[in-house]
Design a protein around this ligand. Structure first.
Ligand SMILES: [Zn+2]
Length: 368
C-alpha cells in the first residue's frame, strides 16, 4: 500500500514546491507522511463536506488545489470553518495536501489546462520565473565523463524547456598535487599531476542542485571533486505566472464568450469593451490574475481571461486589451479532473489504489 509520502513525491515531481509563491502554504498541511492509504480524494477546495465525503469513501488523503490553512492557526477550537475542517480531518485520520501556486507556476499546470479547454495553441508562460536556475560545472578525467554526465542528467540536470540532456563539454588539462592523507585516484603523493579532463557544465533548477551534486560526486572517481555552482539570472523557459496562446483561426467576440462559458461552465463573463477585431491571442491566468494585466498587454494579447478583478482594476486596460473575468472556481474548474488524470500514472504502481474526484460543489459564490 502506498504511503502519503509516495503521493507527495509524485506530485512534487509535477509541481516542485520551490515554485510556490512566498505567501502560499502548499504541501502537506495535516497528516503524517508515513501513513498508508488506499484512496485519494481530489477537490478544488477543502470544506467540512469534502472531509466527510473522503471519510465516507475511505479516502486517507485529500489533495486540493487551494490550501485550507492559509494563515497561521493559533488555536483549534472549531470557531470558524477552517478550524472545523482541520479538526474534522484530524478526527477522521485524513491527510490534507495542497498543490497550489506551485501548480499555477509550472507551464504544464493550471494555465495549460485552461489553454487546452479553450483550444489555444502554442502556450508560452506569460511572466517567466526568475531566480530559479543555476549552472553546475565540474571537471572529470576524460574516460569518466560519460558516466558522470549521465548521473547528473538522471538527477534532473540539463533540462531546458522541452529539451533534456543539455550539457556543454570542453576537454582540457587539470592539475593537482595530493598531500598527506590523500588517496588520489591517479598520480603520486606530493607530486604535481597533470590529467586530461573534461569540463562538464549544465543548467540545473535550483531545487535540484543538491541532488545533482550528490549524484555527480557519487559517480565521480576523484576523492575531492572540484565543482562550481553559479546562480543564473536567466528566466525559466517553462515556469512562471500565467499563459498566452493563440487560436489557429481568429474567432469573433460572441463566439469567444460562448466558448468560454461552455469550456469553464461559467454562467457569466464580466468584461470590458470587446476587442474591435477578431480574437487571435489570449492571455490567461487561473485564479486571481489582475497582477498580470500589464504583462498581458505587453505580450499583445487581444483578451486577458482570469478572475477576481476588482472594479477599479477594470479601468486599467487603457483600451489596449479586453479583460474577461469568469470567476475563480470556474477558471480553475478543470484542475481537479486534471490531477485525477495525473494520479492515474501513480496508480499503475499500486493495483488496489484508487483516486476519486470530489462531487461536492465548494464554490461559495452563486449567480442568480
Ligand atoms: Zn485558485
Amino acid at each position: 500500500m502506498p504511503q502519503i509520502q509516495h503521493i507527495i513525491d509524485f506530485l512534487e515531481r509535477i509541481a516542485p514546491p520551490a515554485l510556490q509563491e512566498d505567501y502560499d502554504n502548499s504541501g502537506l498541511l495535516v497528516g503524517e507522511p508515513h501513513t498508508e492509504i488506499q484512496k485519494v480524494l481530489v477537490s478544488l477546495d477543502v470544506t467540512e463536506e469534502v472531509v466527510e465525503e473522503a471519510r465516507a469513501n475511505g479516502a486517507g488523503l485529500i489533495v486540493s488545489h487551494h490550501p485550507i490553512v492559509f494563515r497561521p492557526l493559533r488555536s483549534l477550537t472549531g470557531r470558524n470553518q477552517v478550524e472545523r475542517t482541520v479538526m474534522a480531518a484530524l478526527r477522521a485520520g485524513i491527510g490534507l495536501y495542497a498543490i497550489h501556486t506551485n501548480l499555477d507556476n509550472v507551464a504544464h499546470g493550471v494555465n495549460a489546462m485552461m489553454c487546452r479547454k479553450l483550444g489555444l495553441e502554442g502556450m508560452q508562460v506569460l511572466r517567466p520565473a526568475t531566480e530559479t536556475l543555476a549552472k553546475v560545472v565540474t571537471f572529470v578525467p576524460q574516460g569518466h565523463s560519460e558516466v558522470v554526465r549521465n548521473a547528473m542528467f538522471a538527477a534532473g540536470g540539463g533540462q531546458i524547456g522541452h529539451y533534456d540532456e543539455c550539457s556543454f563539454n570542453l576537454d582540457g588539462e587539470g592539475t593537482f598535487r595530493a598531500g598527506e592523507g590523500a588517496r588520489p585516484f591517479v598520480g603520486q603523493l606530493q607530486e604535481r599531476h597533470h590529467e586530461g579532463e573534461t569540463r562538464i557544465e549544465m543548467v540545473v533548477e535550483r531545487w535540484n542542485v543538491r541532488k545533482v551534486i550528490s549524484a555527480m560526486k557519487a559517480a565521480h572517481p576523484y576523492e575531492e571533486v572540484a565543482h562550481d555552482v553559479v546562480m543564473l539570472d536567466n528566466a525559466h523557459p517553462t515556469a512562471g505566472s500565467g499563459g498566452i496562446g493563440t487560436f489557429a483561426e481568429p474567432i469573433a467576440w460572441s463566439d469567444f464568450v460562448e466558448r468560454v462559458k461552455s469550456a469553464f461552465d461559467a454562467p457569466v463573463v464580466r468584461h470590458t469593451n470587446p476587442p474591435k477585431k477578431a480574437i487571435q491571442t489570449v492571455a490567461l491566468c487561473g485564479g486571481t490574475g489582475s497582477f498580470l494585466l500589464s504583462d498581458a498587454i505587453r505580450a499583445g494579447a487581444d483578451v486577458f481571461l482570469s478572475s477576481d478583478f476588482k472594479y477599479h482594476e477594470f479601468f486599467d486596460t487603457e483600451g489596449r486589451i479586453t479583460i474577461a473575468d469568469i470567476g475563480h472556481a470556474e477558471a480553475e474548474s478543470g484542475i481537479s479532473q486534471w490531477l485525477v488524470d495525473q494520479l492515474a500514472d501513480f496508480k499503475l504502481g499500486f493495483p488496489n489504489f484508487a483516486v476519486l474526484l470530489s462531487e461536492v460543489r465548494t464554490n461559495p459564490i452563486h449567480v442568480s
